[in-house]
Design a protein around this ligand. Structure first.
Ligand SMILES: Cc1cc2nc3c(=O)[nH]c(=O)nc-3n(C[C@H](O)[C@H](O)[C@H](O)COP(=O)(O)OP(=O)(O)OC[C@H]3O[C@@H](n4cnc5c(N)ncnc54)[C@H](O)[C@@H]3O)c2cc1C
Length: 572
């Protein structure tokens, strides 16, 4: 990677991406009037993709960027390149039907492939794609997730359901249950991707001017007129890709987006303990909302993002909260220190779907990608380019998601209240899920204990039954000997006595483990008996104890071989 000067990285703030950015060329501001086929306003990922695609078709393209390439959300995000959209798939199907939803998902997938292919084709430096996205559930809703996976598969999505055990092997957190794994998703260094994309657009013939805000737009007529501080531009098509920064250039369009800020931190190096804890290297999200998105960066650092505000706040206000989230999720990591902390602002439409299409003849929009913009900006750039160059109408698939006023200040306040309200609810749901898991484990242990006790009781009862049978056998033998004096063989008797001795020793071992009770106390009615696992077997043991007494007596008075009854017969 080429050397980066201090002033180059300072232009991007003090975040992790600026600290690790690839070299980029200095780009001048526009100081002379120009004519072009297409003027793209905004050099974020949407504008840059559109510019590249249009230029590749041989059209002349000028990109106006008020600040720097990738300076805004495109270069400050968490870098997850995901399938689909910010909008929930269930709600999408409800609104537009399964077939339409499938078509839109296929487009979003094309956006994901576009990013992957562009990185590979251009060999852009410092982007470092790492595969996989895990969407972890913090409640025990395996059934729901499984149904969701089935639904996604119907849309052609490559997804598998990870059971709790696999999730906790990879990400050992007691808050985690099942997860959906998307193997085709990946994460990247988004600022370096923006740089690579700008370079690819320029290689295709696009001209990018930085520090050149578009101050006014006259969309009337075949040639649209764009005014910048030092020059004017005329173009047949204008692509509005300014996201929430478009503001006064197109106030009505700007009012359809709600600016939401989110906060990102990168830890100091955590060394081996990071890899001992996190054994999944892809991207991870553990909430449906903006909280807890994380991934490993720079070998042994953790990038962690969360919190959402409807205004831009000082990131330092969220430092403790973010650290607290890490500690709650992975206490085994111990203390973590923040090396970089920053905020970024995204533009979300009311329906959480992007705004893509031709507003007036020759005036195009590509914005409103929310927190799901890395794949959808690529998709939008391509769709708009094809619309302009080939007259392709695929963008009309987004027609059900028209431009809707985002509610102004009131909408933002409502959004903030909703977010604040949903956090405690999510926490309670996680707590309940953990409690249910604990209760299930307890019950399992109890059942296992009960089964073991029953098995032991059954064995003891069997032993007692065998003992009784043996006793009977000896009684019969003795009786036979008594009936037929001198008929029994000495050898047979000796073997029988040896067997009795051996079994007696085994019984003694069992009985030794039983507590000693005072004389006359009914064994099975005492707490001691109740404390012995399977106390209902105690009777069987007592029977054995009595039996031992009999055997001892018998040893003292061996059965007579003369068949003279009396001491030779067993006691009852
Ligand atoms: C903290 C954070 C984390 C995120 N994480 C993810 C993630 O992990 N995965 C994901 O898919 N998405 C994520 N996103 C969302 C994603 O970053 C955005 O949706 C996407 O980058 C938007 O790109 P864009 O090109 O539309 O806009 P931007 O990146 O905002 O670019 C717009 C550009 O237009 C310029 N501009 C505006 N008006 C004018 C004008 N009048 N004249 C000249 N230039 C103008 C601006 O200066 C700016 O550079 C995240 C966003 C944030 C803020």
């Amino acid at each position: 990677m080429q050397h980066v000067t201090m002033s180059q990285s300072a232009a991007y703030g003090t975040n992790w991406y600026a600290a690790t950015m690839a070299a980029r060329p200095e780009r001048t501001r526009l100081t002379f009037d120009l004519d072009a086929d297409v003027c793209v306003i905004g050099a974020g990922l949407a504008g840059l993709t559109a510019a590249r695609e249009i230029a590749q078709a041989g059209w002349s393209v000028v990109v106006l960027e008020g600040n720097r390439v990738g300076w805004a959300a495109s270069g400050r995000n968490t870098g997850f390149v995901l399938p689909g959209y910010g909008e929930d798939i269930g709600r999408m199907i409800e609104r537009i039907g399964l077939d339409h939803a499938r078509e839109l998902w296929a487009l979003a997938d094309r956006g994901l492939d576009y990013v992957r292919k562009t990185i590979a084709d251009t060999g852009m430096p410092g982007v470092e794609p790492v595969p996989g996205w895990l969407q972890v559930s913090k409640t025990d809703n395996g059934g729901e997730l499984s149904a969701r996976a089935d639904l996604l598969r119907k849309l052609g999505v490559d997804v598998d359901l990870w059971p709790v055990s696999r999730v906790r092997e990879s990400l050992p957190s007691r808050d985690y249950f099942n997860a959906l794994h998307f193997p085709r998703a990946f994460h990247i260094h988004p600022l370096n991707y923006a740089f690579g994309l700008a370079r690819a657009a320029e290689d295709a013939g696009a001209r990018i001017f930085e520090d050149t805000p578009a101050l006014a737009l006259d969309p009337a007529g075949v040639r649209k007129r764009i005014t910048t501080p030092s020059a004017r531009l005329r173009a047949s098509h204008v692509v509005l890709a300014g996201n929430i920064h478009l503001g006064s250039l197109m106030p009505q369009l700007a009012s359809t987006l709600m600016p939401l800020s989110s906060y990102v931190m990168v830890t100091e190096p955590l060394g081996a303990r990071l890899h001992e804890t996190l054994r999944f290297y892809g991207a991870v999200s553990d909430t449906e909302r903006a909280d807890n998105h994380y991934r490993i960066v720079g070998g042994d650092r953790l990038m962690w993002a969360g919190r959402l505000t409807a205004w831009q706040a000082n990131p330092r206000l969220f430092a403790r909260g973010l650290i607290g989230d890490i500690k709650r999720t992975f206490p085994q990591l111990g203390d973590v220190a923040i090396a970089h902390l920053w905020s970024g602002t995204l533009g979300r439409s009311i329906h959480r779907m992007p705004q893509i299409g031709e507003l007036n003849r020759g005036v195009w929009v590509a914005s409103g990608f929310g927190g799901h913009g890395l794949n959808t900006t690529a998709m939008a750039g391509e769709l708009v380019a094809r619309g302009i160059v080939d007259g392709d109408q695929t963008w009309r698939l987004f027609a059900p998601y028209e431009l809707v006023w985002a509610g102004g200040l009131l909408g933002r306040a409502a959004m903030q209240a909703f977010y604040w309200g949903s956090r405690p609810v999510a926490k309670i749901a996680t707590g309940l899920a953990r409690y249910r898991e604990y209760a299930r484990a307890e019950k399992k242990v109890k059942l296992a204990k009960r089964d073991a006790e029953r098995e032991r009781a059954r064995e003891l009862a069997q032993m007692a039954a065998q003992r009784e049978a043996k006793e009977k056998e000896y009684e019969l033998t003795d009786a036979a000997q008594n009936i037929a004096p001198g008929g029994a063989q000495e050898g047979t008797q000796d073997r029988a006595h040896a067997e009795v001795r051996q079994e007696t020793q085994q019984d003694a071992q069992v009985i030794e483990r039983m507590p000693v009770l005072p004389d006359g106390v009914n064994y099975s009615a005492t707490p001691e008996a109740a404390s012995i696992p399977g106390h209902d077997t105690v009777k069987a043991k007592i029977r054995q104890a009595k039996l031992m007494g009999k055997i001892r007596n018998r040893k003292k008075n061996p059965p007579s071989t003369t068949g003279q009854g009396g001491q030779g017969s067993r006691e009852r």
